[in-house]
Design a protein. Sequence first.
Length: 160
Amino acid sequence: MKKIKIYDLDGTVIDSTHRYQVKNNKIDLDYWVENDKPDKIQQDKLLPLAKKMMQDINNPEIYVIAATARACKKNDANYKFLRDNGLFPQKFVHRQGRDDMRGGAALKIKAIKPLLNLKPFKDCSIDIYEDNKTYLKDLATAFSATHTVNSIFVQSEQGH
């Protein structure tokens, strides 16, 4: 492997704004949970960055991680959407259930950091695509101690 690419999903690769709203300058989690249903997930749309993610998934020199704060279960509608759209990565990082209330950056860092110590990833550079500036900064800080990190901010309506 020469490179690790970490893609946030909502607002960067996938437009899920029809299932998303902000309340008091924060994501309205009750609204998200209410709309986190298979029929609604299948209505999500791909954003332009999805094409790049697909190309990276098919490049044997790149290890792709999709890292999201969504609560998913193996082979649920989220997994199906990624597979159906050619976006299923080498590693899919997500909440294991609705009881996991960690911040999105902490969730992603805890799942990804152990990989960086593995021999195949030791000398890889890392590109991070994220629409939340705070998460982007936290991820870059956590990974830059051992790897060269390129932070790519993706402007979106969902980066809270």
